[in-house]
Design a binder for this molecule. Structure first.
Ligand SMILES: NC(=O)c1ccc[n+]([C@@H]2O[C@H](COP(=O)([O-])OP(=O)(O)OC[C@H]3O[C@@H](n4cnc5c(N)ncnc54)[C@H](OP(=O)(O)O)[C@@H]3O)[C@@H](O)[C@H]2O)c1
Length: 305
């Protein structure tokens, strides 16, 4: 196009613009080609890949060494399985060697490959030994699920001192014992997930369970205080309070008593172990970074507060 001999009488502004465009024609073409090349084609590609990378790093937890205590029990088994399915490297704690080995074989037959760690969670020194061995072999623990627990039900006027102490040691002292041995590594790593398995009966009480309810209620105070202490260090601490779940612990309750319990559950059924495991895995994930000091009731509506 010949800008000088343009047939239309142009105003001065247009004429100056046309002259400028003509003068910088080559540069403008270059800028345009660069703009098209990098803006229209490169950026969507970059965004696509960057989006995928971000998504992958969110889905695959980079802090993925997870220890589940009392893994050989009903809830522990479901938690280990779900955590492994979700990409965690699971270390399964067990107490009884024979039971632990049998359980390990069963899990292998089902396609799960858990690392095993023997240790009695009521024993501070033994837990220290177990944690040191885990760290030496797999690295520091990022996710601790304090799940091991027992019941010794009887009304207070029949309860022996050892029934009281056993339950407090297994359900509450154990939580301190395990946390204390991993917390410094979590602080150093500026990352940690601690999930304490309490119980609906820690919230509402239950006849014959003064020992168990006291221990499980104690977990709530522990969770809240610890959550505050480590909130700025990338560590979250939460409690899950299951209602009645169909595990050995619950199936050991006399059938007529169990039936009465089920009648009191608005959903009219026991919970499934996987219904607890889903939440454990979510709370263990990097996505759950803003949840701390919370208690999650999973009880079919049995205790609403
Ligand atoms: N099932 C429910 O309805 C229900 C409801 C609310 C809360 N909970 C809580 O959920 C957790 C798991 O319950 P669950 O039903 O899965 O019970 P479970 O089947 O009886 O399993 C408990 C597990 O804890 C282990 N354990 C006990 N004391 C231990 C110790 N000192 N050191 C290491 N491991 C120890 C047991 O190992 P051994 O077999 O070798 O002793 C077992 O593997 C418990 O804390 C329980 O209080 C359960």
């Amino acid at each position: 196009m010949n800008f000088h001999n343009h047939p239309i009488d142009l105003n001065p502004f247009t004429r100056v613009t046309i002259r400028t465009v003509k003068y910088y024609k080559k540069d403008i073409r270059l800028y345009c080609s660069l703009f098209f090349k990098y803006s229209f084609f490169r950026y969507p590609a970059f965004n696509y890949h960057y989006g995928k990378l971000r998504k992958n790093s969110m889905e695959k937890n980079t802090h993925n060494i997870a220890l589940v205590t009392g893994a050989t029990g009903g809830l522990g088994t479901a938690m280990c399985q779900k955590l492994q399915e979700d990409g965690f490297q699971v270390i399964a704690n067990y107490r009884n060697a024979e039971k632990g080995q049998k359980w390990h074989e069963e899990q292998k037959a089902k396609g799960y490959n858990f690392a095993m760690a023997q240790g009695d969670v009521t024993d501070f020194e033994d837990v220290g030994r177990m944690m040191a061995e885990i760290k030496a072999q797999y690295g520091p623990i990022s996710v601790l699920v304090n799940n091991a627990g027992i019941t010794r039900d009887t009304p207070i006027w029949k309860m022996t001192l050892s029934q009281w102490q056993e339950v407090i040691h297994s359900n509450l002292d154990s939580v301190f014992n395990c946390t204390r041995h991993v917390i410094e590594d979590m602080i150093a790593d500026q990352f940690g997930r601690i999930i304490n398995i309490s119980s609906v009966n820690g919230q509402r009480g239950q006849f014959g369970q003064t020992n168990y309810s006291a221990a499980k209620a104690g977990m709530h105070g522990y969770t809240k205080s610890l959550a505050m202490e480590v909130a700025k260090k990338g560590i979250t601490v939460n409690t899950i309070s299951p209602g009645y779940i169909g595990t050995d612990m619950v199936m050991a309750i006399r059938e007529e008593v169990r039936n009465k319990i089920v009648e009191q559950i608005p959903m009219g059924r026991l919970g499934g172990t996987e219904e607890i495991a889903y939440l454990v895995s979510f709370l263990a994930s990097e996505k759950a970074a803003y949840i701390t000091g919370a208690n999650y009731a999973i009880n079919g509506g049995q205790h609403v507060y």
